[in-house]
Design a protein around this ligand. Structure first.
Ligand code: FES
Ligand SMILES: [Fe+2]
Length: 355
């Protein structure tokens, strides 16, 4: 069977604060089609395992935490944090195959990352480089939303910011300039990297009231996207300079950073974990709250568009689609994803054939 989700990749399972240490803190995340149970051990480390008891498939998330272990509350089997069963009520020995698949977990930048593939290949260096809200040099606020869309559509949305002019007219936009930018997207081993400057634009709609009508800015953008759908954005606001190519030469006013991780739940929905804020060095009192509110509003604009798009795609599954110049970024990002998917699918087919 051809898989639509990469296995050998780190998937964000949420903010670290989503997973507590309380008796009832059993968090279930559906990640790439698979229900995953997450909880914290006494030492604070996070356990991730499939949320399915190997006896009769009861969700372990309906179970009970017993120190670092989890007891299935259907027939009482007890599983350690490595997924191995240590006790079956009424049996002196535990069946060899009484084991729940456990998954490698890493906490980084206040995000929780789960490796969905071969544990031997779980290289923490493959986690995208972000800036977490705990970083002392930044003031960042976080949030999360769910969107009913396939993650490929979310990739297309994030790899092409021309939509800022249209979808986000009332929040991030307020100028059509974004719709005319044609950035160069460089392919990286697991994604794309894009740098450009949007010149001489008015303040975004949500911050327009702070500046004179004729104030103009240069926005220096640096995006790093990586599989499955992580979007790491440096967005620096400068006074408008007079450079017409290359980086802006205007004075830096506000250095902002946004870390966004999109995790496919299944083919039809995604979990989206994001932050935005400014460096401490350029912070203006109140600005991060304003950005945070605008960010959530803007992502609800994306949600409305993406969910509408998804509905039409399901209604017209075979309708031809026209390509335009702004599809370059999405095309490159999907090219990388599809290449990695193809490699995994071929390796799986070869393994199957050898059996
Ligand atoms: S289903 Fe878990 S012990 Fe029976
Ligand atoms: Fe958007």
């Amino acid at each position: 069977m051809t898989e639509t989700f990469l296995k050998n990749a780190w998937y964000c399972a949420g903010w670290d604060s989503d997973i507590g240490i309380g008796a009832k803190d059993l968090v279930v995340r559906k990640i790439a089609g698979r229900p995953i149970l997450l909880y914290r051990k006494l030492d604070g480390g996070i356990v991730a395992m499939e949320d399915r008891c190997p006896h009769r498939s009861a969700p372990l998330s309906l179970g009970r935490k017993e120190q670092d272990s989890i007891r299935c509350m259907y027939h009482g089997m007890l599983f350690g944090p490595d997924g191995k069963c240590s006790h079956v009520p009424g049996m002196a020995t535990v069946p060899d195959d009484a084991r729940v698949p456990s998954l490698p977990v890493v906490e980084r930048d206040n995000w929780v990352w789960v490796w969905m593939g071969d544990p031997a290949k779980a290289d923490a260096d493959l986690i995208c480089e972000a800036i977490g809200p705990g970083n002392p040099d930044w003031i960042l606020k976080t949030n999360k939303i769910q969107i009913k869309t396939n993650y490929r559509q979310e990739i297309q949305n994030l790899a092409d910011l021309s939509h800022v002019s249209w979808v986000h007219e009332m929040t991030f936009g307020g100028t059509e300039d974004w719709g005319y930018i044609k950035p160069k997207h460089n392919v990286t081993p697991r994604g794309i990297e894009t740098r450009y400057c949007v010149r001489q634009v008015p303040a975004p709609a949500f911050a327009k009231h702070l500046f004179p009508e004729d104030a103009r800015f240069d926005i220096q953008v640096h995006v790093r996207m990586s599989v499955p759908c992580n979007f790491i954005l440096s967005f620096a606001v400068h006074e408008a300079g007079d450079a017409t190519s290359g980086p802006t030469n205007g004075r830096l006013l506000l250095d902002t950073f946004s870390s966004q991780a999109v995790t496919p739940r299944d083919d039809d929905s995604i979990d989206y974990y994001f932050s935005w804020g400014t460096s401490k060095a350029t912070y203006i009192p109140g600005i991060v709250d304003l950005m945070h509110t605008a960010n959530m509003e803007a992502f609800l604009e994306d949600k409305r568009m993406l969910e509408g798009q998804r509905e039409r795609m399901l209604e017209f599954p075979n309708a031809p689609l026209v390509d335009i110049v702004h599809d370059a970024g999405p095309g490159r990002m999907l090219f990388v994803l599809d290449k990695l998917l193809q490699e995994e699918n071929e390796a799986a087919a070869a393994r199957e054939a050898a059996q």
